[in-house]
Design a protein around this ligand. Structure first.
Ligand SMILES: [Cu+2]
Ligand SMILES: [Zn+2]
Length: 202
């Protein structure tokens, strides 16, 4: 009897081991996170209704008024909005408004990119009681020399689902000559458009 259970135990261990070996020999498979338990909503809370498509991403090559490439950005759908990871080089010391504009067209002087991305019909700015535009983003401060890398989140936006950036006329990322004051409609008094990149889906 003792031998039987010992042998049975050994067999189970062997079975478990070979199962583990089979599992480990498979290439890793990305499993998107499933719905997780959430706390009950507070009174007055409204849901952030973004439905990202896992792995959806887009890129933009940012060029100045002379057509010189001054930066890049990668935009990726997340469960909290679109994550914008980018860099700019050679703009010199300055502070610049940065927005997503409604049209994917960057012909200098970049008025072709249209107004700020604003599918909800709001006014401009984080500090505007009637804002913001979904395309509003925080300012970036560029160094006198070298590259500035930035990572920003666009809540309430997706690339191809709810409030999609990649709609029929696309969208562009636009850099301005001056700081955005986060409240003056329609563009934060951020001066002229100095660089622009069409957002292109992958
Ligand atoms: Cu702008
Ligand atoms: Zn705006």
């Amino acid at each position: 009897m003792t031998n039987f259970f010992t042998n049975l135990g050994r067999a189970l261990i062997i079975a478990t081991t070979s199962f583990a070996a089979i599992t480990c020999s498979q290439p890793p498979v990305y499993t998107p996170p499933g719905p997780s338990p959430t706390a009950p909503a507070r009174p007055g809370a409204s849901p952030v209704t973004t439905t990202p498509v896992a792995g959806t991403s887009a890129t933009a090559t940012i060029r100045d008024l002379a057509g010189v490439r001054v930066g890049t950005a990668t935009l990726t759908d997340t469960y909290s909005g679109v994550l914008v990871v980018g860099s700019v080089t050679g703009l010199g010391l300055g502070s610049h408004g940065l927005h997503i504009h409604a049209v994917g067209k960057c012909d200098a002087p970049f008025t072709s990119a249209g107004p700020h991305f604003n599918p909800l019909g709001k006014q401009h700015g984080f500090e505007n009681a009637n804002g913001p535009h979904l395309g509003d983003m925080p300012n970036i401060d560029t160094p006198a020399a070298g590259t500035l890398r930035f990572e920003l989140l666009l809540p309430g936006v997706t690339l191809k689902a709810n409030n999609p950036l990649l709609d029929a006329d696309g969208a562009a990322i636009v850099l301005h000559s001056a700081r955005d004051d986060y409240k003056t409609d329609p563009s934060g008094d951020s001066g002229s458009r100095i660089a622009c990149g069409v957002i292109v889906g992958k």
